[in-house]
Design a protein. Structure first.
Length: 74
């Protein structure tokens, strides 16, 4: 599945990439150097509009702008 309205990108210290794929209501993960992504979280299927992604201590956080919520997958 292609990205649909990506809103934010987070790059960790190992150069892995996390994408807030707002249109598909998911977080996509791209390992360092890879062009093939995998879905690492769909916890936000009820989210209104995912606008940000951040990873802290292996927990993924996403900002839902429409509902004023920060979602945590952990």
């Amino acid at each position: 599945m292609l990205l649909n309205t990506p809103k934010d990108v987070f790059v960790d210290s190992l150069e892995n990439i996390y994408v807030a794929d707002s249109g598909n209501r998911r977080i996509q993960f791209f390992a360092s150097g890879s062009t093939i992504g995998s879905t690492v979280s769909t916890s936000w299927t009820s989210a209104g509009s995912m606008w940000g992604v951040q990873v802290v201590n292996n927990s993924i956080y996403a900002c839902d702008r429409d509902n004023s919520i920060v979602w945590n997958n952990g």
